[in-house]
Design a protein around this ligand. Structure first.
Ligand code: NDP
Length: 436
């Protein structure tokens, strides 16, 4: 144990036991989703046709599922070429939060360049291939192999990161040692837990920040391409597009690229500022996000649904409402923290900073989570009510947000002490005003 990197007990996600359960269960969920939504079997209602499912599983070549050499080749090219692009495309340089040794890391924020590059390439390929876009067809046809590949890749990358965290820095940190800065929660006596939760806070290979890269590039952009591949597949097959599929594509496209083009907001979020980079985030970023968040599009590509203009507009309005709350609440907090909006009511804390308890932040402690959850509903509703499976996202995301709120409350209670108690008396609701 050193002053810079104290050892802490494994507490997040129910400690080592939670890690032991989640490591196999999360990948299994993504595989099960594939078996429930594919060309040979499509879940309906809550009843499962077990004999058909058993037959499908028995027919599956699992070696090919996880280790198809062509898919691996393309996935590795995707991961590393995108990494090179991330390093060379222009962007603004911004500082992250102050680390425990007193230093700050610089980040290149080039989400706008990547977005412009991505759309230019896609448009060029569309015209070059006269709309056939073999890369999108490849993604659609190899959906299951991509799941298998990203699962195995997540295990490999997490193990690399864990080993890497033990290699001393080549240069001295700000306290004059060669220690890497470890995550407060990732330096426990339990190796499995550290591997799972992430030992090092901000692993970098030279200028390449692996955590920010994985959070915003290979998984998010693959999610977008999977959605697009579903739309493209249906159009190639039928020459038509359903309003439901176009709607989910449009809603998620907007969300994905809003996140990528405003990625500087991530620098102060707990994922970057306090969480270690281990299996939990690696798998979440590279496999969970692209393959479970695209479930609605995949489902709608196999079960076309026509919504009609009234339902389409209602769902669109829902996303706009959610987005408005999510965006304006986040902006209000960030403006307030940067010294603007001083007219709003706030509590002066003993740490010298202020806790806003007015505007959006007077309605609940995480009103931005509420907006995000409304958006989640707008992605699920276009699948109508044929099966609860397509509502998985809204349930899972609700659990994630409550879990996040509990973690954040714990952090703020420790950080602000009595001031946090005063704040929660003024703003009693945690996420949904008057409900929770
Ligand atoms: P918040 O934006 O709510 O930030 C919480 C932090 O803000 C606290 O730790 C505290 O930090 C500060 N804070 C909290 N309340 C106040 C207040 N009243 N006044 C001033 N400062 C306050 O949470 P996140 O960082 O978790 O989330 C950011 C966004 O990302 C949200 O909109 C969320 O919905 C979204 N998100 C999306 C996910 C996805 O998968 N789509 C996953 C996770 C999040 P301090 O005082 O230390 O500055």
């Amino acid at each position: 144990m050193t002053k810079l990197n104290p050892v802490n007990p494994p507490t997040e996600f129910m400690g080592a036991l939670g890690a032991l359960v989640l490591v196999p269960v999360l990948p299994l969920i993504t595989v099960v989703f594939y078996f429930l939504v594919n060309e040979f079997y499509l879940v309906e209602g809550v009843d499962l046709d077990l004999s058909k499912l058993k037959q499908l599983v028995a027919q599956t070549n699992f070696h090919d599922f996880f280790f198809n050499s062509v898919v691996w080749k393309y996935y590795l090219a995707w991961f590393f070429l995108l990494g090179v692009l991330d390093l060379v495309l222009p962007g603004k340089i911004m500082d992250g939060t102050v680390l425990r040794d007193g230093s700050t890391l610089s980040y290149k924020i080039n989400g706008q360049s990547i977005t412009a590059f991505m759309f230019t390439i896609l448009t060029a390929r569309y015209y070059q291939t006269e709309g056939s876009m073999p890369e999108l067809q490849f993604i659609y046809a190899n959906f299951h192999r991509l799941i298998g590949t990203t699962i195995v890749f997540s295990f490999i990358l997490s193990t690399f990161l864990w080993v890497y965290s033990y290699i001393p820095l080549l240069h001295k940190n700000k306290v004059g040692t060669n220690e890497r800065i470890l995550a407060i929660n990732g330096n426990s006596p339990n190796h499995l837990y550290n591997w799972f939760i992430g030992r090092e806070l901000n692993p970098r290979i030279g200028p390449w920040d692996l955590k920010l890269y994985c959070e915003t590039r290979p998984g998010m952009l693959l999610w977008f391409l999977i959605n697009l591949s579903c739309l493209h597949h249906v159009y190639l097959q039928t020459g038509l597009l359903t309003d439901s599929l176009v709607l989910v594509n449009a809603l998620q496209l907007f969300y994905i690229f809003d996140g990528i083009t405003n990625e500087e907001g991530l620098l102060t979020m707990m994922d970057i500022a306090t969480d270690g980079f281990g299996f939990m985030l690696v798998f979440g970023d590279l496999c969970w996000v692209p393959f479970t968040y695209s479930l609605q599009c995949r489902y709608l590509s196999l079960n076309p649904i026509t919504l009609g203009s009234h339902t389409t507009v209602l769902i669109l309005v829902l996303q706009i409402l959610g987005f408005y709350i999510f965006r304006s609440a986040n902006k209000q907090k960030s403006d307030f923290k940067s010294g603007k909006l001083q007219n709003l009511k706030s509590i002066k804390t003993k740490r010298g900073t202020n806790l806003l308890c007015d505007g959006w932040w007077g309605k609940s402690q995480h009103i931005n989570y509420f907006g995000d959850w409304i958006i989640a509903w707008s992605w699920c509703l276009p699948t109508l009510f044929n099966t609860p499976l397509t509502y998985f996202y809204v349930i899972y995301f609700g659990v994630l947000l409550v879990h996040r709120q509990v973690r954040d409350e714990h952090k703020c209670r420790e950080k602000y002490g009595d001031d946090w108690v005063t704040y929660t008396k003024q703003v009693p609701y945690k996420i949904i005003p008057y409900v929770y």
